[in-house]
Design a protein. Sequence first.
Length: 99
Amino acid sequence: HGFMAIDPAIFGDRGEIKAHFSNFLQELRDSPKAEGQNKIFTHGEKEVAARDSMMKEGIPINDNTLVEVLEMCEYLDMDFSSYFGEYRPEVSESFEGSY
């Protein structure tokens, strides 16, 4: 990995550069889409959408991890259902006996 800092002002007016890249990104997003696709993503858009979704709907947890949480709750004498309701996870056969 490497890191480099460049002052964009060396390329011209900051506002003009920002406007130029904003226009470029919009043209890119407005380009014809691949068959079956309805959006062209630019750098970071998928991550921002995922973060927004998780902030609203919570973070998805697979059943194998949830089994471990259930076991920890039982070990610590905590009420699993007060956090996760009546849902009871099952270990995936793919990971059975892995932990």
